[in-house]
Design a protein around this ligand. Structure first.
Ligand SMILES: *Cc1c(COP(=O)(O)O)cnc(C)c1O
Length: 452
């Protein structure tokens, strides 16, 4: 940044003209924002030249680091050809090549790619496809979805309808369509439910819902292995597998939302690979274009796709399409993203980083206000509590998570909490020393804030 005047102008204009997502703007206006100008690997650099480790991979999207030469080259190369042309009625080269590649790297049986621009639209599309699929199969009464407590599938109206985070969705309840929510066991003061009890509880609840709404369930939607925005909540081992078997047995569709878990975040390319699950529909977004550009894909089986084939006037067409669907720039970067996974054998190398991450995260239990540390691959949540021994949370108004992130910022890490859970989700390419420094900063920030 040239001079102080420019900085002052940017801050003023930010406050005058911008409305930030998921942000109480009154709080925002009270502070001066960090304005990012550049990125280098896992570092973000602000307009004053301060460097921060990107501890949340720029909202869980970045895979190989910022300003990556190969990704930049792929983007520039495509830019010299064309930035955008439409997929409605015409096709383009990167969109075709990426579709072929995605079919190759997703679980067997997922063979058709429907593009959109973000995670919420990927989910909307999955829901609409499932809903319409049953109409084509002569079961139009199947129009309900089963979803889970604490689920997060995005902020558009359809995606919110299958969401389970009360604080996000309560305001909009009367706007949402009916969906069947499977609740977790009531917290019991004498003992916490074991993972196995939770698994059985959930599976039984799904089974009961399938009976109560017999023939009316279009599909079951979930985040595999770990619920992200709900607070980095780990699913019981085997739950996904058993749920997929239940869905198959009861002839309903399984929709797996891999928007966060996809592209290596859990240590495998897809979360559902850990339990060898082949969903009917898979949603991908965040890491798809390596954190460079907005791009999403809803990927379905041939069985689903084929149900939409018919005569023009039968109106079996899938009536959905966003203007920038299959954008060539985004698809070109996504292709290079996958190419880097392959040429660098990233998933193999990642196992060492994951082991180190996991080991070092256990150290956080020595902090008296750390109540729980949850980790799945390169995604972690550290939950701080007023009284961990009695599972007493800090009150929402105390803004403890936010305070930890503010202290971490002064120490050189960019974080964003989920209420009282500190999220760590660095780019997958983070080195061990960089990861150590992120963990050290986070540890000290929690220590400082919770000691007060
Ligand atoms: C982030 C997220 C979404 C929504 O994606 P957007 O691109 O923000 O619309 C949906 N599902 C999951 C699991 C997510 O983590």
């Amino acid at each position: 940044m040239q001079n102080l005047r420019d900085k002052e102008t940017l801050i003023t204009w930010d406050k005058d003209y911008l409305w930030h997502p998921f942000t109480q703007m009154r709080d925002w206006l009270a502070d001066d924002p960090v304005i990012i100008e550049r990125g280098e690997g896992v570092y973000l650099v602000d307009i004053e030249g301060n460097r921060y480790i990107d501890g949340i991979a720029s909202m869980w999207t970045n895979v190989h680091g910022h300003n990556h030469p190969d990704l930049n080259a792929a983007l520039k190369n495509q830019l010299d050809k064309i930035a955008h042309s439409t997929l409605l009625g015409y096709s383009n080269i990167p969109a075709i090549q990426l579709a072929q590649k995605l079919v190759e790297i997703t679980p067997v049986g997922l063979n058709k790619i429907f593009y959109s621009d973000n995670g919420s639209t990927a989910v909307e599309i999955a829901l609409k496809i499932a809903f319409q699929y049953w109409q084509h199969k002569g079961q139009p009464q199947r129009k309900l979805f089963i979803h889970f407590d604490k689920a997060y599938h995005g902020d558009t109206v359809g995606a919110m309808s299958v969401g389970g985070i009360e604080s996000f969705h309560r305001t909009y309840n009367s706007l949402l369509f009916k969906s069947i929510r499977v609740s977790d066991p009531e917290p019991n003061h004498s003992s916490k439910s074991t993972a196995d009890e939770t698994k059985t509880h959930r599976l039984n609840a799904v089974d009961r819902a399938l009976s109560a709404y017999s023939g009316e369930i279009a599909g079951i939607i979930l985040e595999p292995l770990i619920q992200g925005a709900g607070g980095m909540l780990l699913s019981p081992k085997g739950f996904l597998k058993e749920l997929s078997e239940l869905a198959k047995r009861r002839e309903t569709l399984l929709i797996v939302d891999e928007v966060m878990t996809g592209f290596g975040r859990t240590g495998k390319m897809w979360g559902c690979e850990h339990e060898n699950v082949k969903p009917d529909i898979l949603c991908a977004a965040k890491g798809l274009a390596a954190g460079y550009l907005p791009l999403a894909a809803t990927i379905t089986s041939d069985e689903i796709y084929n149900a939409f084939l018919g005569e023009y006037n039968e109106l079996k067409t899938f009536f959905h399409g966003h203007t920038f669907t299959g954008n060539p720039l985004a698809c070109a970067v996504a292709l290079e993203n996958i190419a880097i996974f392959e040429k660098e054998k990233l998933l193999d190398r990642l196992q060492v980083t994951i082991r180190h991450f996991n080991e070092r995260l256990q150290e956080f239990y020595s902090l008296p206000h750390v109540g729980d540390v949850r980790v799945c691959g390169m995604a972690a949540g550290i939950e701080i509590m007023e009284d961990p021994d009695n599972s007493v949370p800090y009150p929402f108004e105390a803004k403890m998570g936010i305070s930890v992130c503010k202290v971490a910022l002064t120490q050189g890490a960019i974080l964003r909490p989920l209420v009282n859970t500190i999220v760590l989700m660095p780019p997958l390419q983070i080195s061990i020393p960089e990861l150590d420094s992120l963990l050290d900063i986070t540890y000290r920030a929690i220590d400082v804030v919770t000691k007060k």
